[in-house]
Ligand binder design. Structure first.
Ligand code: BGC
Length: 709
């Protein structure tokens, strides 16, 4: 870690122990009386204020921001507290502020990190203009169980994709210089492994192997460190016998010492107190000590540090040096955020929903849509005269904003039906009550085509919202079947925040479009894709199972034993074993081919690289984008490696009939992995390579790597 500059050292030297502990305390102060707040600020009781009412604030209606009030509080902290240290205001600005972008799970489907970076730049601009200094995003949890409601906040099941998207988001929020007035600090969460909550039940234990921990869970956090992330959040989960909010080998040893990271760690809402629930600590004081010793620098809302640290130092059970180290990390983050020079916010209301923010939101929403099935009915033909737009999402607004949205407004969302009417003014779009009624059936019968807008609402996913059955909410399958039975051509638009199997849609629909939760511009984006103005290019960031019992099912798994597929044993007696849709899959309105895939050399000497080259051709009659994906398979190794690993991707736009040559570089960086002790190794041997449009692409080339010359 860089040695702290003299300004911070001098500041620290002037602070009393209670003031130091104040810097390590994040509070939710709004439920206190104005007098108590004033007194607390004057005493330097809190280093940070979280602008939220409950932890899963996204599911509740929250108080809107009040910049004047925040500036007034800041003034007391800066001018009247003994050390005059500004507060850092944190809020869950997860994927949007007033302009709401697609949820991260949908952003991942864009496979377009540069666009995600632009979106996060706009989010930072809007949030900073309302006094927010620090967001609790990006979430870098790798997820294999979509029943977990927080899958919607994740970038999916692949560590490389998560890293690419996570770093793009860090660059977008923080920029080159996070102290700029239009940037905010990012916070990578939830360190580490929370996405493995057993059974998809939120807050449950996790039990990743060391192999998975080092190769699946930690790489995105390492990448975030390399991208300059200012803070991280420790999770709620236990991992292999310890709460990750008191796991010194993960936080102090790996993150801070081994990676030499100089940012700070905040606990999750009450996660230090959870050491008691986990039965790792007996008392609140023990919990505070264990967390601080593990390197958790700031305590989010449960007041354990405030309550217990001073007594622990006085009794000699805790060294004040550990507190000093944590305080310096927090102060450094405040310095990085420019708070010592610019503690106050100049409100700039014009920035909210600025046209350029909306334009990027439309673009990202379009690119986040995944076309899963299409018999050619899409895009909608201009010749249609009457189309029924039905289902719970036909005119929905709030639902498109997703479950972790605090500042987006329903009135800013254009519903799908309205957007279609604007997009295709010559078509008569009709609808009926969103409930399943005879009127709805009658509307479908009177139309040439039905667009059925189904989905899972934001109140059924997100934090503390897991489901036991990976399926649409009750009634929607029946509704699709009833419409399907009419024989009227049907297109399904699925507005669920996660990827769910929809058996009735598979059976009856001619096309299935996964829209997800796309934010304020959802309707506009969906209408552009349905009409063909935009050709869909999204790809699945997660494998879609056929049925719930198939979970966990993910593409980067280990090879099974040979008895699978021997004789009659195919995995299940009663069901198919293959996924409904593989990771990386997504269709387009045009066709692409990959031709002349060539490897520049079959042998890779140490320290060098080889190139995999191919020509991508758009064979169809309209322009479109394709995401070309590179996978490797380590032929033989100890420890064993996954059947496939994504090592690169490129999103290429091509005009009809056009072609482009692509090159992917391969070096030791793509071939190596971490041992279960966390050491990076590259083993000599054979590596099989696949270039294609999803994770089932054929392994066509072999590369031999020698680690000696
Ligand atoms: C969530 C975090 C969130 C925090 C603050 C917690 O319950 O797990 O992701 O940032 O609350 O609202």
């Amino acid at each position: 870690m860089n040695s702290p500059d003299s300004f911070l050292q001098d500041l620290l030297a002037r602070m009393s122990l209670p003031e130091k502990i104040g810097q390590l305390t994040q509070a939710r102060i709004e439920d206190q009386s104005p007098e108590k707040i004033q007194a607390g600020l004057k005493a330097g009781r809190w280093g940070s204020r979280i602008l939220a009412q409950t932890n899963w604030a996204g599911n509740l209606k929250n108080k809107s921001l009040n910049v004047e009030e925040m500036n007034a509080q800041q003034k007391v902290a800066v001018e009247e507290s003994p050390a005059g240290i500004p507060l850092i205001f944190g809020r869950d600005v997860i994927y949007g502020h007033r302009t709401v972008y697609p949820i991260p799970h949908c952003q991942a489907a864009s496979f377009h990190p540069d666009l995600v970076e632009k979106a996060c730049t706009c989010v930072a601009r809007e949030a900073a203009a309302e006094g927010i200094h620090w967001t609790f995003s990006p979430m870098l949890d790798l997820v294999r169980d979509p029943r977990w409601g927080r899958v919607i906040e994740s970038y999916g099941e692949d560590p490389f994709l998560i890293s690419e998207m996570g770093c793009a988001s860090v660059r977008g929020f923080q920029g080159e210089d996070p102290s700029a007035p239009d940037r905010i600090l990012a916070c990578a969460k939830h360190f580490a492994g929370y996405g493995g909550s057993e059974g998809g039940r939120d807050y449950d234990s996790t039990d990743w192997s060391d192999d998975s921990l080092h190769n699946m869970i930690l790489p995105p956090f390492r990448a975030a460190v390399e991208a300059g992330i200012a803070s991280m959040m420790s999770g709620f989960n236990q991992l292999a016998g310890r709460s990750v909010s008191a796991s010194p080998h993960l936080t102090r040893d790996w993150l801070k010492t081994q990676l030499d990271w100089d940012g700070f760690i905040v606990s999750d809402w009450g996660s230090v107190n959870d050491l008691i629930a986990h039965r790792q600590a007996e008392t609140r004081s023990d919990a505070a000590r264990l967390a601080l010793e593990a390197g958790i620098d700031m305590d989010m809302v449960d007041a354990l540090y405030e309550e217990g640290l001073a007594a622990l130092v006085d009794s000699g059970e805790l060294s004040e040096a550990l507190i000093d180290e944590a305080v310096l990390r927090v102060l450094r983050a405040k310095q990085r955020a420019g708070l010592f020079e610019r503690p106050y916010t100049e409100p700039t209301p014009d920035l909210q929903r600025a046209p350029e923010h909306i334009a990027i939101a439309v673009e990202l929403a379009c690119q986040s849509i995944v076309l899963l099935k299409n018999d050619g009915i899409l895009p909608l033909a201009a010749t249609h005269k009457k189309i029924a737009v039905l289902g719970p999402y036909a005119e929905a607004r709030r639902q498109h904003l997703g479950s972790w949205c605090l500042d987006g407004r329903s009135e800013d969302v254009t519903p799908i039906l309205d957007a279609l009417r604007t997009q295709m003014p010559d078509v008569n779009f009709i609808t009926a009550n969103a409930a399943f009624t005879d009127e709805m059936i009658a509307a479908a019968r009177s139309a040439e085509l039905t667009l059925v807008c189904v989905g899972e609402s934001h109140v059924r996913n997100g934090e503390a919202k897991s489901i036991g059955e990976l399926a649409l909410p009750p009634g929607q399958e029946a509704f699709i079947s009833a419409l399907g039975a009419l024989g009227v051509p049907m297109v399904i638009i699925d507005c669920s925040g996660r990827y769910l199997p929809i058996p009735a849609a598979e059976q009856y629909a001619l096309a299935i479009l996964h829209a997800g939760s796309l934010g304020t511009e959802a309707g506009t984006a969906i209408a552009k894709v349905l009409s063909g103005e935009v050709n869909p290019s999204g790809k699945l960031p997660m494998t879609v199972p056929r049925f719930t019992g198939q979970i966990p099912i993910y593409y980067n798994r280990k090879s099974p034993g040979s008895a699978l597929n021997r004789g009659l044993f195919k995995g299940y007696e009663d069901k198919r074993v293959t996924p409904l849709y593989p990771f990386g899959f997504g269709k387009s309105y045009t066709e692409f081919s990959l031709e002349n895939i060539e490897l520049s050399a079959e042998h890779l000497p140490p320290g060098e690289s080889v190139t995999l080259r191919a020509t991508l051709r758009n064979l169809g009659g309209r322009s479109g984008a394709q995401v070309v994906q590179l996978y490797i398979q380590d032929a033989v190794s100890i420890p064993t490696r996954p059947m496939r690993e994504l090592k690169g991707f490129q999103r290429i736009e091509l005009e009809a009939g056009a072609s482009q040559t692509l090159t992917f570089e391969l070096s030791e960086k793509q071939l190596g992995f971490y041992t279960s002790k966390g050491e990076w190794i590259v083993q000599p041997g054979e590596f099989r390579l696949a270039l294609g449009f999803d994770s089932t692409a054929e392994l066509t080339h072999t590369l031999h790597y020698k680690n000696t010359l």
